[in-house]
Design a protein around this ligand. Structure first.
Ligand code: DAH
Length: 352
């Protein structure tokens, strides 16, 4: 009897040692087969020894055998759990070094021109101007004719515009060609707009006065790209139509705008100029760091334009202006090359 008990105690100790030495599921499974295997397991062989135990000792020996079976099974399960559990605390502490700098993520930013557009919209909004949008693909009526730009005007030269249909090209030199659908009255050609003044017409055609809008967006010209030119750029167009708008209002609006965008010490001056769609017309300059800088064109809306959209020039009057957005942003941030905006160089763009 004592021999049997010694045998099963030794078996228990050996199985516990083997299970706790197992480092992964495979070695634990090997240990399980070794001790608990249904056919050749060591527990099975020890169990067979029970037959040799004297009859009177059998109940006690059997009881102990059952206990040991339970303990071996428990030792196996404990190791099974240990292996299935994720890395223990010690391992976690080792892998995590709180003194390391955190992983950095670059957060995206709005493009500087988008930021400028948002700021201009905000400033003009405070002056009572709401935003109007117009298409970038335009017909000649909105890009030129209704703006009082005659067919002979150089602004309509095919070489200076991105015409999308050839109709315009056919008529540029030979206005009486038989396939000419593009008379001054019909505006058959389409182009990507060369100015945001187009939106003035679209708004006035669809809205009775009074009107106080700005329109910000892309315009296209066949300019060679250099430090100050780019074939695509942005303009802000402004239009205020009412019964008693004056040139003094125009100057006040442009001055308040320039002061808000550039700084309190900015002055604005007008120089006489010419635009087909305004009469009188001016170039507006502002005083910046001791020098006068041109920031756009402006004037009182030409009566011909008012008539074109069905307004009565005897009843309503107003002003319009058009400013270059890139130019303003370049002044403000001391950017010397307009091409930087469109090179998609993240190191440049991220500064704003
Ligand atoms: N459209 C003109 C340009 O692109 C700018 C301009 C001048 C707009 C006078 C106006 C204006 O509304 O009144 O050069």
């Amino acid at each position: 009897m004592s021999e049997f008990l010694t045998e099963i105690d030794a078996l228990l100790a050996a199985s516990e040692a083997a299970f706790s030495a197992a480092e992964d599921a495979e070695s634990l499974e090997a240990a399980r087969i070794d001790f608990l295997g249904a056919k050749k397991g060591r527990l099975k062989s020890v169990q067979k020894l029970l037959g040799g135990v004297p009859k009177e000792d059998k109940p006690a020996a059997g009881k102990r055998l059952n206990e040991v079976k339970g303990l071996i099974q428990a030792a196996f399960e404990a190791s099974q759990q240990r292996i299935a559990a994720p890395a223990n605390d010690a391992a976690i502490t080792e892998a995590f070094d709180p003194s390391l700098p955190g992983a950095t993520t670059r957060i995206g930013k709005l493009h500087p021109i988008t930021q400028t557009i948002e700021e201009l919209t905000d400033i003009m909004g405070r002056l009572g101007f709401s935003v109007a949008l117009g298409p970038e693909v335009e017909d000649e009526r909105h890009n030129s004719e209704a703006l009082n730009i005659s067919l002979e005007h150089p602004a309509r030269d095919p070489l200076d515009n991105f015409y999308l249909s050839t109709a315009r090209k056919n008529t540029a030199k030979n206005n009486t060609a038989p396939n000419n659908k593009n008379t001054a009255a019909s505006g058959g050609a389409t182009l990507i707009r060369s100015q945001t003044s187009t939106v003035q017409i679209r708004v006035m055609e669809n809205t009775p006065p009074p009107i106080r809008i700005i329109s910000l967006g892309r315009v296209y010209r066949t300019d060679e790209a250099d430090k100050t030119h780019y074939p695509m750029f942005h303009q802000m167009e402004g239009l205020w139509i009412d019964t008693d708008v004056t040139m003094a209002d125009l100057k006040t609006v442009l001055r308040l705008f320039a002061v808000s965008y550039l700084g309190a010490d900015v002055h604005v001056r007008f120089r006489p100029s010419f635009f087909p769609f305004t009469e009188p017309s001016v170039e507006a300059d502002y005083l910046w760091n001791g020098a006068w800088v041109e920031f756009g064109g402006a004037g009182m809306v030409d009566p011909n334009v008012l008539k074109e959209v069905g307004y009565d020039p005897e009843e309503v009057i107003g002003f319009a202006f058009g400013l270059g957005v890139e130019r303003l942003c370049m002044r403000r941030h001391n950017i010397t090359d307009i091409r930087e905006f469109y090179r998609n160089n993240v190191r440049f763009l991220h500064q704003f």
